[in-house]
Design a binder for this molecule. Structure first.
Ligand code: ADP
Length: 152
């Protein structure tokens, strides 16, 4: 039986913080599925196709990484792909408060689904997709926060 983890998010866009987290998680799992959760109520800056393409490009040399997207509940997606683990990153106390509730909810929805949290590396803890979007909207240069493969 292989240990599969799902790393869910919006990845709008993917940042160096996400990449660092996935790289640190790879030794822990046989496969990490980086999966874009599609929420029809939410407005994204970049299209799903664009975000998927950037994920594919970023992780093309990582054989243990798979890219996917899903609608509806993350916990049910984990069930479908046979993943027993959810991977999430913690940057600060507000991430913790939010993630704690979501993690408990996911465990209640699907038995034996464990969320594994990795504390962000200090050099990435200030990076978020929200900040990157603000920089882009303001006409600034966000290249030091995103993978080189991404040309915005
Ligand atoms: P969501 O829309 O679910 O918040 P994101 O794409 O913003 O999705 O983030 C996905 C996951 O990546 C979350 O667990 C978040 O905490 C984590 N993450 C985002 N940025 C960083 C970072 N700089 N360092 C570590 N983890 C991060």
């Amino acid at each position: 039986m292989s240990n599969i983890a799902v790393f869910p998010g919006s990845f709008d866009p993917i940042t160096l913080g996400h990449v660092a987290l996935v790289k640190r998680a790879l030794p822990l799992f046989d496969k990490v599925i980086v999966a874009i959760g599609v929420n029809s109520q939410k407005k994204y800056l970049f299209s799903l196709e664009q975000r998927l393409e950037w994920l594919e490009e970023t992780f093309k040399d990582e054989p243990k990484v798979e890219i996917a997207s899903f609608e509806k509940l993350t916990a049910h997606f984990c069930q479908r792909v046979d993943a027993k683990y959810l991977l999430r990153g913690l940057r600060n106390a507000s991430d913790f408060d939010y993630e704690k509730t979501i993690s408990q909810l996911n465990s209640a929805l699907v038995d034996d689904l464990e969320t594994v949290f990795l504390i962000s590396d200090p050099e990435y803890s200030h990076i978020s997709s929200t900040i990157v979007r603000e920089i882009i909207r303001g006409g600034g240069d966000a290249s030091s926060f995103i993978p080189k493969a991404i040309k915005i």
